[in-house]
Each structure stands twice: as C-alpha cells, then as structure tokens.
Write a protein that binds this ligand. Structure first.
Ligand SMILES: NC(=O)C1=CN([C@@H]2O[C@H](COP(=O)(O)OP(=O)(O)OC[C@H]3O[C@@H](n4cnc5c(N)ncnc54)[C@H](O)[C@@H]3O)[C@@H](O)[C@H]2O)C=CC1
Ligand SMILES: O=C(O)C1=N[C@H](C(=O)O)C[C@H](O)C1
Length: 342
C-alpha cells in the first residue's frame, strides 16, 4: 500500500483508514515521536547572508513593520476572535467595532485589553461608511457564517471595501462573480493555513499536469470538525475538485462528516481538549482492482494556523493596494507564492 500522511499538528497524528465507506478505524501514528528524532547539528560558522550583506551597507536589514487598520467581522466568533488577537499581536490596528448575530453583555467584547463594540449585522450598512471615513486604509476580515457570505460580500463590494474572506459556504460562484464585477481588492480562501494551502497547491499542480492520473480510482473522504460547524469543509471541497480533475468520480454529498464528539475522540482520534476547534481531513483512494491505495491527511487542532495565515493575507492585500496592483482578486495560493508568510 502506498500511503501519504500529512499531519499539520503534532497532537493530531492519529491516522485514520477509510477502507470501507463510512467505516473508520483508528491506526497507529506513522511518525517518529518528536523527542526520538536525532538533534540537528547547529552550523558552527556564520554564513554570509543577503540580510547581513545589506545591513552592513547601512540599509535597514528588516523591512518596516506593516501597520494598518483591520476590522474583524465577527469578533464574537471563534475564528474572528483568534484573528483579532493575532492582528493585535502582529501590530495591526484592530478597529474597536464588529458585527454579530450573537448578543454579548452590554454590546461589548474584550479582546487583548481592547473593548470592541458589537453591533447587529443589520446596522453594518449604516456604520461601515463612517468607519471607512475614519480609517481610509481599512481592510475587513470576514469570518461569519455560510448564510451571510454573499450578502456580506455584496455590502463590501458596494462600499469598495477590501476584504479577506475566510468564511466558507454560501454560493461560491456568486461570491467570486460579485467580487470580480465590483473590482475590489480581495483574498478569498476556504483555507488560510499555510501548510494546508501548500498541499492544496501541490494537488492543483498535479491535477493540471497529470489529468486523469487516478481515473477509475475510488475516493473516500472523511472530515471531522467541531459540532458547531454548519457546512461541509470548504477545504475538502477544494481538494476533491482536484481529485475530480485527476479522473476520480465523486459527489460532494459523499463526504463523511463527523460532528459527534464521542466518535471524534474514539474513532477519529481527536484530542479531547480540541473537540471545540479541530479540522481533521482524510482522503483515501483505492485502485479499481484494489491492489493500490493512497491516503492523504491534514489534521489540525486549534485555530492559530488560520489566524496567522489570515493576518498574512491581510498584509499581502494591503501591500497590493498600496502598490496599485492591477490584479485585485487573490487566493491563498497567491499569498503563498509571493512568500508573504511571516
Ligand atoms: N478560511 C479558513 O481558513 C477558515 C475558515 N473557517 C470558516 O469561518 C467561518 C466561521 O467559523 P467559526 O468562527 O468557527 O464560527 P462561529 O460560529 O464561532 O462564529 C461565527 C460568528 O459569526 C456571527 N455572525 C453570524 N451572522 C453574522 C452576520 N451576518 N454578520 C456578522 N456576524 C455574523 C455569529 O454571531 C458568530 O459569532 C466558517 O464558515 C468556517 O468554515 C474557519 C476556520 C478556518
Ligand atoms: O470551520 C472550521 O473550523 C474550518 N473551516 C474551513 C473549511 O471549511 O475548510 C477550514 C478548516 O477546515 C476549519
């Protein structure tokens, strides 16, 4: 059996095998425990580097830190809160306003010692223009719910507000058309985690270069997320569309969703402390005669990988806007390609 395993979080190495549709069996981790790995030898001689060479000529070695205003919609959500915290720690100016369908005491929320005023989404059209006046360089980040994606995008387009759209679901085709037609600056991606985006990019390259390489193979897909997740993983859908280009026949509704915490712990192998925030994905391919199988996984615990990637995307977008780039609509592969990951 050929097997490729990608575990993006050390705590998430529990491998899963999907040999029969809807039947999940836990398996021993394939990786060597971190502590057992032989330590790498440190380089003993200083290497001349471009940075050092430039610094020695009196030019600043480190590019100036970017700082611009960022509004996170919605700071009451799990991702919104994580992004707001990551933005503050990266030195961005977190605008003390957000919108939410969830009521919070006194209409306020504390994030990193800052008080964020929470408004009802119905007020966004009225409030955002004055915020844009106050913060002309503003970028908005959207982590709301699948049902709000299209209406939110329409509003940002109407206002000409640059957006990093992390929210999944909704009508994706319409989302892209709305943004393209309005010609606003945007990064749209169902996956902001750098390493997962690199995996996705590799899948796209493989699909482009070897179409039909997996023709006739059977694909089984399992994704496990926190029970509150409303939609099928947008990342799984993107990976599946690559498998489809590789010749695999698969309907999106064949994805096995795991949302039951007991199954997540006992069958999938999600660490209990990450039941409220995890994203385990497994894709299993079997050849028509059953003699060859492939397995790909990306298992993530927590949200920091997406929050950091989102801040990278916002910084990328800001520099595009400042340089007056003619291309305006980007995805995370564009961000990755230009090396904008801190
Ligand atoms: N692109 C990426 O890398 C990632 C994307 N996501 C996606 O982000 C979205 C949010 O995920 P979570 O934060 O876990 O969900 P969540 O349920 O914790 O938060 C959603 C928040 O949006 C608020 N909300 C609902 N309707 C709204 C509206 N019209 N305007 C403003 N706020 C509104 C809710 O009150 C809630 O606080 C999901 O679509 C999820 O799939 C999540 C993780 C990573
Ligand atoms: O809701 C989540 O949590 C996640 N959503 C994104 C998706 O649907 O692909 C990314 C990741 O799976 C986490």
């Amino acid at each position: 059996m050929l097997s490729a395993t990608i575990a993006a979080h050390p705590a998430a190495a529990a491998a899963i095998t999907l040999r029969q549709r809807h039947s999940l069996r836990p398996r021993q981790p394939l990786r060597v425990p971190i502590g057992a790995a032989a330590p790498r030898r440190r380089m003993e001689t200083a290497r001349p580097s471009v940075v050092n060479a430039v610094a020695s000529q009196g030019v600043p070695a480190v590019p100036p830190k970017l700082s611009f205003p960022i509004l996170v919609n919605s700071c009451t959500g799990k991702m919104g809160k994580a992004v707001a915290e990551a933005a503050v720690s990266a030195g961005l100016q977190l605008i003390p306003v957000s919108f939410s369908a969830t009521e919070v005491p006194d209409g306020k929320l504390k994030i990193c010692d800052r008080e964020i005023r929470i408004h009802d989404p119905s007020e966004s059209e009225k409030i955002l223009p004055s915020i844009m006046e106050e913060y002309p360089d503003l970028i908005i980040v959207d982590y709301t719910v699948p049902d709000a994606v299209n209406a939110n995008a329409e509003l940002y387009c109407k206002l000409g507000l640059p957006v990093v759209m992390g929210t999944t679901g909704g009508d994706r085709q319409l989302l892209h058309k709305t943004v393209q037609d309005a010609n606003i600056y945007a990064v749209i991606s169902p996956q902001m985690g750098k390493q997962v985006v690199a995996f996705l990019a590799a899948m796209e390259i493989m699909a482009g270069q070897f179409p039909d390489a997996f023709s006739g193979y059977e694909l089984e897909v399992m994704e496990s997320h926190q029970a509150t997740k409303l939609d099928v993983s947008g990342t799984a859908k993107a990976v599946i569309s690559c498998f489809q280009k590789l010749g695999v026949s698969f309907d999106m509704d064949e994805v096995k969703l795991v949302r039951d915490p007991e199954e997540q712990v006992n069958v999938v192998g999600v660490p209990e402390e990450h039941l409220e925030g995890h994203a385990f994905h497994m894709y299993h391919l079997t050849s028509p005669d059953g003699t060859v199988s492939f397995e790909f996984q990306h298992n993530i615990c927590g949200r920091s990988i997406y929050a950091e990637g989102t801040v990278d995307a916002a910084m990328f977008l800001y520099t595009k806007i400042q340089s007056g780039a003619s291309k305006k609509l980007y995805d995370m592969i564009d961000v990755l390609r230009e090396g904008n990951m801190r």
